[in-house]
Design a binder for this molecule. Structure first.
Ligand SMILES: [Zn+2]
Length: 131
């Protein structure tokens, strides 16, 4: 994603977003590489959606776990995405975003981790060096 992309998609959007793999909500922008979850390194790419249905903004956030750290270490509190990726459509305006849908749709096989879902669980110290 370009720098312009980040600027255009306001900070408010990133405040709304969270990581569906680990539930954390802080993202880092690495120049020339993209935007990644600061906690687990899942990549997120934003795309403008043409179908706004009258909202000020309509954005697709595409999460991809190809870069995720320690994805299959149970103790690290991660939930892989179906086939390694998932998208969420966000509608609204800065300060008033809402989730329209996830793709694939959450169901029996998979649900996105809720914002802060794992916050109360401690990762054991002995695995923290695996990153
Ligand atoms: Zn994450």
């Amino acid at each position: 994603m370009s720098l312009e992309g980040i600027d255009r998609h306001s900070e408010a959007l990133f405040e709304f977003l969270w990581c569906p793999v680990c539930g954390h909500e802080v993202f880092s922008h690495i120049p020339f590489e993209g935007v990644f979850c600061k906690n687990c390194n899942t990549q997120v790419k934003l795309q403008e959606s043409r179908e706004t249905r009258g909202y000020e903004e309509a954005v697709l956030a595409c999460f991809d776990t190809h870069s995720t750290w320690n994805l299959h270490v149970d103790e690290k509190l991660r939930r892989d995405l179906p086939d390694g990726s998932a998208r969420v459509k966000i509608l609204g305006a800065p300060g008033a975003y809402k989730t329209d849908w996830w793709s694939p749709a959450p169901g029996e096989d998979w649900e996105p981790v809720e914002r802060g879902e794992f916050d109360d669980m401690e990762e054991p110290d002995e695995v923290s060096h695996l990153a």
